[in-house]
Design a protein around this ligand. Structure first.
Ligand code: ARG
Ligand code: ZN
Length: 874
């Protein structure tokens, strides 16, 4: 049963206001819902409410109990006869939170005796709680009353402003919450149980006093202070950058260890996967600190991009997610180093989204159809969606984008909007037509951009020819030429930026400009160019495309050495490294290899770039990215060639030189979070990794000492990872030590599983099987599943893609078990099969056999079924 974008119809019935009364218990909870209904005069349809496997205890319409022939319920839809405009429908249902292993709807986090209750409704979890038109374009006012035993559930929370609380008989108590802002059902949330809190007062720019409260279980509450600081920074930033103020008297954030995704922006009651909220030096890496800051901001920003302006239907998901990721990226760039943030984001796009866009699971940023919407919370909707917003923002400029966003929020506040509404607001506020960008939202696949330069010495002109092509997808989407903004600069052969005189343009020449390729091919002519230039294209990654430009290795080396755009400097290193990799793999020439190593050797010994950028320049594209460039993928061979490439680099830098640098960085390390300290740790890790390729024994000894003396998790985990990956003799002891030291810290233990799941090559599978027998492993916790199985199938290509197919069979077996517990997590893990058609023949056949066998299993969920079907048949 496919849901199609083109079949959208406005709801026949709305719910103006809803009163929910919860009687909470671990094994059984009861929900009384009172829906104040409004009929859509343009439609004549009976009332149909969503409700998934609810145990209906009572039903009454306008105060009268309904008899069995006045309604029908088939376990997913409730149809009620006799409703009219203004009717009030009352239902009472029973839920079983402790038995809910899917973590959707109302469920239990932690042990039965001590855990707490919470909800997850996006996308369609509310229908697991009560009968409702569970679609994002039905906005209602919520009044929520919670009742529960006070000793077992001392804390009762729901979204909205507090509206009274008190005692009840028999040791019970109650609390009420009223949300003045109409919202869709997916933003409903409640939390109940034993939780500790940290609080901070905050006054918004427009003068509202807000209580910020972060809740967590007792053993985690002291790890919430960093998130509190991040939240305050995010709130200030949204006020200053977008003029957006918070709009309730209280803002709750809650941490849980049992969560399917990263976090959820429920109105006034954000709920976070603990791994995206908790932070402390002893167990959190620098990368994770930055992630916490980003996710806290992301969920907060949703209050406007998502909640105040929500989505008409789930096809518009990127309207809130792409936009909010973009807002979060801009925030993180402002809080940290902008070029490093850009490098991280583009690396993620290439690692996660490009492969998705190139395989059977490819879909447009606005999909045309789906079977299970939870399968569309993808890198394409999120990350590529953010890139599309970035292009729009770049086109309009800073002030123009702000003007457009003001218009968007103002015009759509309190409404469920579409991507057309978004483009219209941005365009109209700036007197420009942005509808050509809609084509980006409608077609899957990563466009190829071909660039070719021609220098005419006699005329002193430089002609840049840009051409675009999008590979044909499996869908029937149109393949229109896309508007591709290309930010560029020209460099002289000495590495200076040249003033850009565009043909026919009279204004003062710039040294950087944006040209927009809006048809299949176009020439851009620059005049008064004194010598053949080297173009720096797509600066800052101005469009999510794959650029092919016929650079010579020396030209790339020139950009690597001189480009002032930190991103493009890194990009030049990536391109050069990829060519050097191909040279090594094919045993052909070595011009790129020499150019890459020489350029990096010079930078390594100068102080020209900061430590973090240097670390990234010294890192070739990852195994997954390199695989994207091939047709008959052999992950084992990719690993080997990539290792060989890095060994060449390490040799060129020299063991002594590396060791000296390592010791100098080590002497300065600590746990400070400022940019320079983080940068030093990033470089220290990279240098140690390179050293381990040259001198495994010497590096093993250094890593063992670093592990033992590490002041914080960044250095400790880096050392552990080097020990494990290089197969050092000291690895086993360090792993034992870590296992013991963090026995009580779930997030730290996750990293212990993940490091080992990424053991390169054949030995990984046995290690995974062995770790599955560890007492701490369970299929019931999504984080644990991700840390072991997720890290193995998604982040360890050479380990997972064994030639004998054992990795595929292990995944297929686990998916069956997992699917019975948690279909969302199973479906996400199954996307590891995405690229199977492009594997070399032996692996391809083994993968296909495993997937076909999996598809034959009876009773698969809609989630997993849809992924397997797409992977096999597209
Ligand atoms: N809206 C959440 C976010 O901030 C994602 C929640 C998705 N949950 C799900 N089960 N699909 O990105
Ligand atoms: Zn989001």
């Amino acid at each position: 049963s496919l849901i199609r974008l083109r079949d959208y119809r406005a709801p026949a019935w709305r719910v103006e206001a809803v009163e929910l009364d919860f009687d909470l218990g671990i094994d059984a909870s009861e929900v009384l819902a009172r829906l104040h209904l409004r009929r859509n005069p343009a439609q004549d349809a009976p009332l149909r409410l969503d409700g998934e496997n609810l145990q209906l205890l009572a039903i009454a319409l306008d105060g009268r109990t309904l008899s069995a022939d006045e309604y029908r319920y088939d376990d997913s839809v409730l149809v009620v006869d006799g409703t009219r405009d203004g009717s009030v429908l009352e239902t009472r249902v029973r839920l079983r939170p402790a038995a809910n292993t899917a973590l959707e709807g109302l469920y239990l986090s932690g042990p039965r005796e001590t855990g707490f209750l919470l909800t997850q409704c996006e996308a369609e979890g509310f229908r697991h709680i009560t009968f409702f038109p569970d679609r994002p374009d039905v906005l209602s006012r919520y009044t929520v009353t919670l009742r529960a035993d006070r000793a077992r559930f001392p804390v009762l929370l729901a979204g909205g402003n507090p509206d009274g609380a008190g005692e009840l008989e028999g040791g019970r108590h109650w609390a009420r919450f009223v949300d003045p802002h109409p919202k869709p059902s997916y933003l409903f949330a409640l939390v109940a149980g034993h939780l500790e809190v940290i609080e901070r007062g905050y006054v918004t720019a427009d003068g509202r006093a807000v209580q910020l409260k972060i809740w967590a279980e007792a053993d985690a509450i002291e790890r919430c202070h960093y998130a509190m600081d991040a939240l305050e920074r995010a709130m200030r930033w949204d006020e200053q950058t977008y003029g957006r103020n918070y709009d309730l008297d209280v803002f709750h954030v809650v941490a849980t260890h049992d969560f399917n995704m990263g976090a959820m922006e429920n109105k006034g009651l954000n709920i976070f996967n603990a791994k995206c909220l908790l932070a402390e030096p002893d167990s959190t890496t620098d990368e994770e600190y930055r992630h916490v800051e980003a996710v806290v901001a992301h969920e907060y920003f949703h209050n406007w991009s998502g909640n105040r302006v929500t989505c008409r239907d789930w096809f518009q998901l990127s309207l809130k997610e792409g936009l909010t990721v973009f807002r979060e990226q801009s925030f993180s760039a402002d809080m940290n180093s902008a070029p490093l943030k850009r490098i991280d984001d583009v690396a993620l796009l290439r690692r996660a989204q490009f492969p998705e866009d190139a395989g059977p699971l490819a879909h447009p940023v606005r999909p045309a159809q789906y079977s299970e919407i939870n399968n569309f919370y993808t890198a394409t909707v999120y990350e590529k969606g953010a890139e599309l917003v970035r292009m729009l923002a770049g086109t309009l400029g800073r002030d123009g984008f702000r003007r457009g966003m003001d218009r968007y929020f103002e015009r759509n506040d309190g409404h469920a909007a579409t991507l057309e509404d978004f483009l219209a607001a941005l365009g109209e506020a700036n007197g420009t037509d942005l509808t050509p960008y809609l084509a980006w939202y409608a077609q899957a696949g990563t466009p190829r951009l071909k660039a070719h330069g021609h220098y005419d010495a006699a005329a002193q002109t430089y002609t840049l020819t840009l051409a675009q092509q999008t590979p044909a997808g499996h869908g029937a989407e149109p393949r229109a030429p896309l508007p591709i903004p290309v930010k560029l600069a020209l460099f002289s052969p000495h590495g200076d930026m040249l003033p850009l005189h565009m043909d026919g343009q009279t204004s003062k020449p710039a040294i950087e400009l944006v040209v927009v390729l809006d048809r299949a091919e176009r020439n851009f002519v620059f005049t008064d160019v004194a010598a053949a230039p080297v173009p720096s294209l797509l600066r800052g990654f101005s469009a999510p495309v794959i650029l092919a430009c016929d650079y010579t290795p020396d030209e790339l080396a020139l950009l690597l050495a001189h480009d002032v755009d930190g991103f493009n400097r890194w990009e030049a290193s990536q391109q050069l490294a990829a060519r050097a990799y191909e040279e090594l793999r094919d045993g052909t020439a070595s011009a790129a290899l020499h150019a890459w190593c020489d350029a990096l050797a010079r930078l390594f010994d100068s102080a020209a770039v900061d430590d973090a950028l240097l670390a990234d320049l010294l890192t070739p594209p990852g195994e997954i990215e390199l695989a994207e460039r091939e047709t008959a993928i052999d992950p084992q061979r990719i690993l080997q060639s990539r290792q060989a490439l890095q060994r060449q680099l390490a040799e060129r830098l020299g063991a002594e030189n590396l060791q000296r640098r390592y010791l100098a960085l080590l002497a300065q390390t600590g746990i400070e979070l400022d940019a320079a300290s983080q940068a030093r740790r990033r470089l220290q890790r990279r240098v140690l990794e390179l050293l381990a390729l040259l001198d495994p024994v010497g590096a093993g000894a250094l890593a063992a000492t670093q592990y033992r003396d590490a002041p914080g998790m960044t250095d400790r985990l880096a050392a552990l990872s080097v020990l494990v990956r290089s197969g050092a003799a000291q690895a086993a002891a360090a792993l034992r030590d870590y296992r013991e030291r963090y026995a009580g810290n779930a997030l730290a233990l996750d990293k212990w599983f993940a490091v080992q799941a990424q053991l390169p090559g054949e030995p990984a599978l046995d290690r995974v099987r062995q770790l599955e027998r560890d007492d701490a492993f369970t299929l019931k916790n999504p984080n644990r599943v991700q840390s072991l199985l997720g890290a193995f199938v998604r982040s360890n290509p050479s380990g997972f893609h064994r030639a004998d197919g054992a990795g595929y069979r292990l995944l297929a077996e686990r998916l069956v078990a997992l699917d019975a517990l948690n279909p969302q997590v199973a479906a996400r893990l199954a996307t590891a099969f995405n690229g199977w058609q492009r594997l070399e023949p032996r692996r391809r056949e083994a993968a296909q056999a495993a997937i076909v066998e999996l598809a034959r299993q009876p009773g698969l969920s809609r989630n997993l079924g849809e992924i397997i079907d797409s992977v096999l048949n597209h």
